[in-house]
Ligand binder design. Structure first.
Ligand SMILES: [Zn+2]
Length: 412
């Protein structure tokens, strides 16, 4: 498998640089199932836009033709996918990928019944502040290599383990080296040194820290969870998000993870691109998300419920009501140290009763929508060849074979 993907990468890469003439193109043939995620959206199955026995032509960094293999025009080179499946690269629209330290003992304790309340974040903050840039860069690149080997091609990365001006700004600068989807999360938790004066920390997050961080970030996020003494209530979250928006950042929200709360309503009111977790929702929350389906995506993070042994969000209720849904990993050292999108797809299907089609769409096109991106999360003529290859005859194997390494990003 490694050799095959390596050869494919070499062939594709050769069609990119300027050294090649206008006519240089590569035909990728023998695709058992090409899942474009670019079909009409009436049903999840039609939205997948599946073409059986398909081919695709790539030229100068762009997909220039997609269709049945029997109708494929000639190209300068040809690569056989040997009956494998091609899907859009996964979009992991919610991660906390930059951190140092180890919290495996906390996980083990939780598995014996110790509840999660957000307090362990302080452990990661201390380790992350103490790490050098080089150490953090090494950890980040190792995690990026892991997720690409599992089919992810776009990743969003949040700060939130610095929680002072210099440390938050440093984390965002490191994230910016590897992705455009960088999120300022100074409002992750109230750090220990501000526990007796929360208002002073909110003031810092909305003024000096924001000024230092905004140049590195595209998004502003906040952990809006009044049920946790460490996180922020609705008024504090509103102050953090509106300050970020005034500085030119786009809002997204952690909300309704541990109990019902104001996160979803606040996200909808502010036109946030995404509200993430959505585990505890009222009827009014669901109605608000339906009304905002063009603007605000409900991002479900089932790895968190798996890793904290908690009840899963009611994905069926959301999808059946007409809410826009994404799934992401929330990769972080406390509540889900997995960056495997195929695993999240399997959980979405097995534990949240999404269909395999709904889960794949949520991991690609849905997650791209939550990042306000239109050319990723789908495969279409004129777009990039931003794809993953499944070593199976159908995308169904993504949920059917959990934990088996059958998918990887094209080019890895
Ligand atoms: Zn998170």
């Amino acid at each position: 498998m490694r050799d095959f993907f390596g050869a494919l990468r070499a062939d594709i890469a050769e069609t990119k640089g300027d050294a090649y003439s206008e006519g240089s193109s590569v035909l990728i043939a023998d695709i058992a199932e090409l899942v474009t995620c670019d079909g009409p959206g009436e049903t999840a199955e039609s939205a997948l836009g599946i073409i059986g026995d398909a081919a695709l032509i790539h030229q100068h960094g762009e997909v220039v033709w997609i269709g049945p293999a029997t109708e494929a025009p000639a190209a300068d080179r040809a690569v056989s996918l040997r009956g494998r499946t091609m899907v859009p690269g996964f979009v992991d629209s919610h991660t906390h990928l930059i951190f140092a330290g180890d919290r495996s003992a906390e996980f083990a304790a939780r598995m014996t019944g110790v509840p999660y309340d957000g307090g362990g974040i302080a452990t990661t903050v201390a380790a992350t502040r103490a790490a050098t840039d080089e150490q953090l860069r090494d950890l980040l690149h190792a995690r990026l290599a892991e997720l690409r080997r599992q089919g992810t091609t776009t990743v969003e990365i949040k700060s939130g383990y610095g929680l002072d001006v210099a440390a938050e700004s440093r984390l965002l600068g490191l994230a910016r080296e590897v992705t455009d989807e960088v999120t300022y999360l100074g409002g992750h938790v109230v750090p220990a040194e501000y526990r007796s004066d929360r208002a002073a920390y909110v003031d810092l997050v909305t003024t000096e820290m924001l000024r230092a961080c905004a140049p590195h970030a595209r998004w502003v996020d906040v952990f809006c969870e009044p049920a946790s003494a460490h996180a922020f209530d609705g008024d504090e979250a509103r102050a953090i998000l509106t300050a970020g928006m005034a500085a030119g950042l786009l809002p997204r929200v952690h909300g309704n993870q541990l109990a019902p709360g104001p996160g979803v309503q606040l996200a909808v009111e502010l036109g946030a691109a995404s509200v993430d977790h959505c585990t505890y929702l009222t009827g009014a929350d669901v109605d608000a998300l339906v009304g905002a389906a063009d603007t605000t995506v409900a991002t479900l993070l089932p790895g968190v419920e798996f890793s904290t042994r908690s009840p899963y969000p009611d994905a069926r209720r959301l999808i059946d009501a007409g809410v826009s849904v994404a799934i992401a990993s929330d990769c972080n050292p406390g509540t889900c140290y997995s960056n495997s999108m195929p695993f999240m797809i399997a959980l979405a299907v097995r534990e949240m009763r999404m269909t395999p089609a709904e889960a794949l769409l949520a991991a690609t096109r849905g997650a791209a929508k939550s990042l306000r991106r239109t050319t990723i999360g789908r495969l279409a003529v004129g777009g990039p060849l931003d794809a993953a290859v499944v070593d199976a005859p159908s995308y169904l194997h993504l949920a059917y074979r959990p934990g088996v390494p059958i998918v990887r990003a094209l080019g890895v």
